[in-house]
Design a protein. Structure first.
Length: 196
C-alpha cells in the first residue's frame, strides 16, 4: 500500500522537508498501523538531510527500545548506481497525473488527482482544511533525540554503510557496507545515553 503525505506549501515554510518532517510522517504512519509486525523493514534513498542521518538511526532505536513498537528494524539504503525504486515510480505517476489534469486549482483538487493516479494508495493531508488544524504534527525530533542520544562515534561509518539493524534482544547496532559485507557491531552505549 502506497501512502502519500500531502503537505500544504504554507507548512513547508515553517519546517521544510528535512529530518523533522520525515520522521514525523514516518512516526504517524507507524503508530497508526492497524497491525504492527514484529519486524519493520525500511528502504531509503541516501539523502543525508532526510534519511541517512543519525536522527533516523536514533529514531529507530527509540521505537524499538523505548516505544517497543517493533522487535527489530532493518534500514536499507540504496547502493550507488541503483537509486530508483518503487516510491520514485509512484511519485512519477502522481506528478504525471497532476501535469495532465486541467482542473487542479486547490490543494484538495491536487490530493484527489494524486489519489486517482494509482491503485491501492492512501493520500493523507497533513492539515485539515475545514478548521485549518494539522492532522499530522511535525515534532522537533532533532531536539528530542539529542536529549536522549549523544553524537555518534567516529567508528560508525554512516555514509559508507548501506544496511543497519536495531534488535531488541541485542543492545549493539549492526551495520554493514553491503548486505554481504562483514558485520560490524557498535555498542549502543557509544551512541546512546541511557533511556529512562
Amino acid at each position: 500500500m502506497q501512502s502519500f503525505y500531502c503537505v500544504a506549501e504554507k507548512d513547508l515554510i515553517g519546517y521544510g522537508k528535512g529530518r523533522n518532517a520525515i520522521i514525523s510522517y514516518l512516526y504517524n504512519y507507524l503508530v497508526n498501523l492497524p497491525i504492527k509486525p514484529k519486524k519493520l523493514v525500511l528502504y531509503c534513498d541516501n539523502c543525508v538531510s532526510q534519511n541517512k542521518n543519525i536522527y533516523i538511526l536514533s529514531f529507530c532505536h527509540w521505537i524499538v527500545f523505548s516505544q517497543r513498537l517493533f522487535e527489530e528494524v532493518d534500514i536499507n539504503f540504496l547502493i550507488p548506481g541503483h537509486t530508483k525504486f518503487s516510491p520514485d515510480r509512484h511519485l512519477g505517476y502522481a506528478k504525471m497525473a497532476l501535469n495532465q489534469s486541467d482542473n487542479v486549482e486547490t490543494f484538495i483538487d491536487a490530493m484527489q488527482v494524486i489519489s486517482e493516479s494509482a491503485k491501492k494508495q492512501i493520500v493523507k493531508p497533513t492539515r485539515n482544511f475545514n478548521d485549518d488544524l494539522q492532522n499530522v504534527r511535525v515534532y522537533n525530533w532533532k531536539k528530542f533525540l539529542l536529549g536522549k542520544y549523544s553524537r555518534p562515534s567516529s567508528r560508525l561509518r554512516l555514509f559508507t554503510s548501506h544496511f543497519f539493524r536495531v534488535k531488541r534482544d541485542n543492545p549493539k547496532i549492526e551495520y554493514r557496507t553491503y548486505h554481504d559485507s562483514d558485520q560490524c557491531l557498535l555498542n549502543s552505549s557509544k551512541i546512546t545515553k541511557m533511556l529512562h
